[in-house]
Design a protein around this ligand. Structure first.
Ligand code: SAH
Length: 372
């Protein structure tokens, strides 16, 4: 909602806001993701150009950290034409991203049907802003969605003796200015269309918008090449009631003062996998601690510790490592999930020996994971 929506009005990410995210905790997070893209770019034969497309870039910190890695590896990327494409609905966060990535030197063009803002990054890479993934031009692309899918609206469903019912939001007739949850008296178009026939849970949350977006990414990767990395808290089709709100870093009743709190629901990765319709291969979800460990976070931490002599920086580095990696903090509840073209995961000798048992070409971060 442009006038009343949380992200269009408030969108408070960071210590002074409502919630904090991994890229805001440590630069190492974005650096390792930058390495992931470079590693995939090399594995796919160093194409001459790629677009880095981020969905919901928040304060722009993650892209900034990735672009710093690209700049450090400039000699490797020197013959590659790189551009950045950000999909963002919040005007306020768009401004913050522009400041972070370009120092504020941007050209606004609200009338433009495609990119509503353009600029050049501090390292000389062109950046474009859009409201919808469909506006991003086609082409070989690396997609990134960090804490994006959990922000999209969900439908909630409850299994009853009479069949599936939708959980709806109603005005409480007894308490003024109060909302309440009710069950639909009969089935609804959503109960008919959004529940998988093989569903075994009694309560489910479905995010059709996430399904549509992942389908678009899968179609684009199948047609133009590239990869997508999705990181979010979530589960693989096991959890039920996860819808909750955050305000000032505290849990907040989702029905109170709509538009003032961050509303979120865990991402159902099994649903995302299903919605790719087999157009791409999928990897994961794997836990954040496992992905970051596979990406070499321990080595990076050692280097940063060696490069700094003051105790405050050491403590900060160790503290942020613990936040990202500790299974009781963000290590276990966040997951990494990837979409890759099928040909990326074909065994190199399969053509000669179809029955070959040789290992799949490794994908950085995902280790020896089996394909699903
Ligand atoms: N990736 C960032 C921010 C996560 S918050 C980080 O990890 O720090 C969610 C982001 O998605 C915000 O930038 C918000 O404005 C954006 N967003 C929310 N709904 C969106 C939608 N429907 N389309 C595009 N962006 C959206």
């Amino acid at each position: 909602s442009p006038p009343q929506g949380y992200y269009t009005r408030r969108g408070g990410i960071g210590e002074s806001g409502d919630f904090v995210t991994s890229p805001e905790i440590s630069q190492v997070f974005g650096e390792l993701i930058g390495i992931w893209y470079i590693s995939e770019w090399i594995a796919m034969g160093k194409p001459k150009a790629f677009q880095l497309v981020e969905l919901g870039p928040g304060r722009g910190t993650l892209t900034d950290d990735i672009l710093r890695v690209f700049n450090q590896l400039a000699s490797l990327l020197s013959k590659c034409d790189v551009s950045v494409h950000l999909v963002e609905v919040s005007p306020k966060l768009g401004e913050i991203q522009a400041l972070m990535l370009t120092g504020g030197k941007v050209q606004s063009n609200p009338e433009d049907k495609s990119a509503y803002m353009k600029g050049i990054s501090k390292t000389g890479i062109p950046i474009f802003w859009y409201r919808d993934i469909q506006d991003v031009p086609p082409g070989y692309s690396f997609y990134l969605a960090h804490e994006f899918f959990d922000a999209l609206p969900i439908h909630k469903f409850q299994r009853t003796e009479k069949g599936w019912r939708e959980v709806l939001v109603d005005i409480d007739p007894e308490v003024p200015d109060q909302l309440r949850f009710v069950l639909s008296p009969s089935s609804t178009p959503a109960t008919e269309n959004f529940i998988q026939p093989e569903e075994t849970r009694d309560h489910v949350e479905v995010c059709p918008e996430a399904g549509v977006i992942i389908q678009r990414l899968a179609c684009r990767i199948e047609k133009d090449g590239g990869a997508a990395l999705v990181a979010d808290y979530g589960h693989d089709g096991t959890k039920t009631d996860t819808f909750r709100g955050f305000q000032n870093h505290k849990l907040h009743d989702v029905l109170r003062a709509p538009g003032t709190a961050d509303l979120t629901a865990d991402v159902d990765f099994s649903y995302l996998r299903k919605m790719t319709q087999g157009r791409t291969a999928t990897l994961g979800p794997i836990k954040q601690w496992e992905f970051l460990k596979n990406m070499g976070i321990d080595l990076r931490l050692q280097v940063l510790l060696q490069n700094s002599r003051d105790t405050a920086t050491h403590e900060q580095l160790l503290h942020s490592y613990d936040m990202l990696m500790n299974p009781k903090k963000m290590g276990d509840c966040f997951n990494f999930f990837a979409l890759l073209p099928h040909h990326r995961l074909v065994r190199p000798d399969k053509k000669q020996k179809p029955e070959s048992k040789s290992p799949l070409p490794p994908v950085a971060g995902f280790g020896e994971l089996l394909l699903k």
